[in-house]
Design a protein around this ligand. Structure first.
Ligand SMILES: O=C(O)C(=O)C[C@H](O)[C@H](O)COP(=O)(O)O
Length: 318
């Protein structure tokens, strides 16, 4: 028997590893600006900025990056009551360098507090009381126990009729392709909403065409696939309809976190409207706006910014 739900209903629960971020400052060699990252935490903040009620599950170290992440969530209204503080393992960190072909990440996260997270740490009542649970390939790449926690969270959610959403976020610095493919596709087979990026999906599936890729993920059982195509927008598909959503023009300076912004904006709008195509159009604009500043979190737009830009685009199209 499923125990009674004691948690109030929330829109979105994200599970994974939050990171402290050191983003290389352009024109100042050796200088880094501190910020926040971690794909699922970025998604949580992006969704909260669109007005969704959001919680996060994971672990931090008892250190200044951990305290800074808690401060971020408190300012953003992300419920962090189910994020534990480990007494000795640190908060994971990453560096962002800006190369000729975009951003390059390097990690200091082996043995982090989040990598010690496991199934027994899951907030099961909160999972059952959410509308959507979101996790990613990174949530599962960081350790075997974290990998199991995501499978267990998704199984618990599905048993309770809660939707599951998964971003493939392939990071080959964290695990080899063959293992990543097996785990990510097993998780996608437990996901209602699959959010792959084109580069990841090409490596994971061996397919090049966006249509063939969405067919592949629909074939695994997803009811919605939203495939991001970088500066070419996104392709949103359900088993009965698909739509190519064109991008808006922005002066992009750092695309770190744009995919996570897409996820948070997509999921919050999907919860609000129940319409995957409206959610895709909204997320396209939000993700583009998020590339106009440095770092994963600081430039994440708010609902008012996204709506204002959508209104401008609609006027220009008349
Ligand atoms: O790589 C990781 O493990 C992280 O979580 C660090 C970053 O914050 C996200 O990866 C950004 O993700 P994108 O939206 O794909 O740029």
């Amino acid at each position: 028997m499923v125990p009674a739900v004691t948690e109030p209903k929330i829109d979105l629960l994200c599970i994974g590893e939050p990171l402290g971020e050191f983003n290389a400052t352009r024109g100042e060699p050796g200088a880094f600006q501190f910020g926040h990252g971690g794909d699922t935490s970025n998604c949580a903040v992006a969704a909260a900025r669109q007005g969704a009620s959001v919680a996060y599950a994971g672990a931090l170290g008892d250190d200044s990056a951990g305290r800074s992440l808690r401060g971020l969530w408190q300012r953003e209204g992300v419920d962090d009551r189910h994020v534990s503080t480990h007494p000795s393992a640190p908060t994971g960190l990453y560096f962002v360098d800006h190369g000729p072909s975009g951003h390059v990440f390097s990690y200091l996260r082996a043995g982090s507090a989040a990598s010690l997270y496991g199934p027994r740490d899951l907030p099961r009542d909160l999972i059952r009381s959410a509308r959507i649970i979101q996790a990613s390939g990174i949530s599962q790449a960081i350790s075997a126990s974290a990998c199991d926690a995501v499978f267990e969270a998704f199984a618990t959610a599905r048993e309770a009729g809660v939707l599951t959403a998964y971003d493939t976020n392939l990071r080959l610095k964290l695990w080899p392709l063959t293992r990543a493919r097996a785990i990510i596709h097993a998780a996608c087979a437990m996901s209602d909403i699959v959010l792959p990026g084109l580069d990841d999906a090409t490596q994971l599936t061996g397919l090049n065409s966006p249509d063939a890729i969405v067919d592949f993920y629909l074939g695994l059982g997803a009811r919605v696939v939203a495939l991001t195509l970088g500066h070419e927008g996104s392709l949103v598909a359900t088993p009965v309809r698909r739509e190519r959503l064109v991008p808006i023009k922005v002066d992009a300076i750092d695309a770190t976190g744009a995919g996570d912004c897409y996820d948070g904006a997509f999921l919050s709008e999907y919860i609000r409207t129940g319409d995957a195509f409206a959610a895709g159009a909204y997320a396209n604009v939000a993700a583009a706006l998020s590339t106009q500043g440095y770092g994963a979190v600081a430039p994440l737009p708010r609902r008012a910014d996204v709506e204002a830009r959508m209104a401008l685009e609609a006027k220009a199209a008349q």
